[in-house]
Ligand binder design. Structure first.
Ligand SMILES: Cc1cc2ncn([C@H]3O[C@H](COP(=O)(O)O)[C@@H](O)[C@H]3O)c2cc1C
Ligand SMILES: O=C(O)c1cccnc1
Length: 377
């Protein structure tokens, strides 16, 4: 296998179509409801039109929840409320329809795909299509050892690319991206702190089932120790994922990059997705234009990462269960924005407005909006 050159993604990833975006904005100006009166839904509709490349925006017909799963050796330090190696149970609940994401996905009629990258259990525990991309059993204890070998990191990242291609090829038109793990919020905190140049205490939160103060201090110490190991490899994102990431995070990073290549929009869930997005942004600066932040999960590392990418969470409901729930909750909002953008009629007079009358105002507005196209979401 030829070695992977992440720099290639920089050229392969384009921005959403700026011309389509301007057409979407112009259409919005002509609609019967005053532009701006729908608040952020206006912006969302315009973003989706540009991402999907058409005005009026096409509805999201085939969304899918994609969850990357793995265990993390760092959980042995007691940094999670769950037992180390316990992600198998979480995945089982998702697949059996007995977890929060499963309930919501059923209700919203959105299929859920789980991709096991490094669960610490017998692969026979799950169907072949769930385990087929697994690169190892549990990722390494990042405070003292590498999460993965470079080869494993590369295999995991390639698996994420392959999953993105499978989704794009099978007609998925929007991805709700989440994770299922034990210890994942510690790993995500390390990546965010490493890439933002902050201390452990700034990014360390209380994780899945909130941990007590003592566990939080252990988590901070683990993040601090892993950060020391991360600093020498900050410039090489694959090495960074191998040193202080994990197979699920490496796959998610590859997945995000390839979704951007394939022009497949993604709603990010919590701190793990945000951390991977930040790594992907380092690889390809245009990539965040293809993503929305579904919600604010309350993990401080998530807020830090989203801020760096100028992504503003759509919802804040205090949801702290991971597994894509916050992002899935935002899906109806995105679909609502698309419906309004596509279906609100245009004012009859707007269609006949003489060119000379409308042009100066429109030109001025468009010119003003262009530079903020990327950052104002
Ligand atoms: C019911 C429940 C189901 C979950 N499934 C995933 N996570 C969540 O917990 C994981 C890691 O948290 P930590 O780092 O604290 O171990 C994340 O991967 C996230 O998806 C869940 C959290 C809860 C409460
Ligand atoms: O940010 C997250 O994904 C998160 C936050 C708290 C608990 N579980 C996950």
């Amino acid at each position: 296998m030829s070695s992977l050159n992440l720099d290639d993604f920089t050229d392969l990833i384009e921005r959403p179509d700026g011309g389509v975006r301007r057409d979407a904005e112009a259409r919005r100006e002509r609609q019967i409801v005053p532009a701006g009166a729908l608040g952020r839904l206006d912006e969302l509709g315009e973003w989706l039109a540009a991402a999907r490349g058409t005005v009026p925006v096409r509805p999201v017909e085939r969304p899918r929840v994609v969850l990357f799963a793995g265990d993390h050796g760092v959980a042995e330090l007691g940094v999670s409320a769950r037992p180390a190696g316990g992600a198998e149970q979480l995945v089982r609940a998702v697949l059996e329809g007995a977890s929060p994401v499963a309930v919501l996905a059923r209700r919203l009629e959105v299929p859920v795909r789980v991709v096991d990258m490094a669960l610490d259990c017998d692969p026979a525990a799950f169907p072949a299509d769930v385990v087929r991309h697994r690169v190892r059993r549990g990722s390494g204890r990042i405070d003292v050892e590498d999460a993965l070998t470079l080869q494993e990191a590369e295999a995991a990242l390639r698996a994420g690319v392959a999953v993105a291609d499978e989704e794009a090829d099978s007609g998925t038109d929007l991805v709700v991206l989440g994770d299922v793990s034990v210890g994942g919020t510690t790993v995500a905190a390390v990546l965010v702190a490493a890439l933002c140049g902050t201390d452990a205490s700034v990014v360390t939160g209380r994780g899945g089932e909130a941990i007590d103060d003592l566990a939080w201090m252990r988590k901070c110490a683990a993040v601090r120790d892993a950060l020391r190991r991360a600093r020498p490899v900050l410039g090489d994102q694959l090495q960074l994922l191998a040193t202080v990431g994990g197979a699920d995070l490496a796959a998610m990073t590859g997945f995000l990059l390839q979704c951007a290549v394939r022009k497949l929009p993604v709603i990010l869930d919590g701190v793990v997705a945000a951390a991977c997005a930040l790594v992907a942004q380092r690889v390809a600066f245009r990539a965040p234009d293809w993503w929305l932040a579904g919600h604010d999960s309350g993990e401080p590392g998530q807020a830090k990462a989203l801020d760096r990418m100028a992504l503003e969470p759509l919802l804040e409901q205090g949801v702290r269960v991971g597994e894509g729930v916050g992002a899935l909750l935002a899906l109806p909002l995105v679909r609502s924005a698309a419906a309004l953008a596509a279906e609100l009629p245009e004012r009859p007079e707007a269609e006949k407005e003489p060119e000379a009358e409308k042009e100066p105002a429109e030109e001025g507005e468009t010119a003003q909006r262009e530079p903020v196209e990327k950052t104002d979401m």
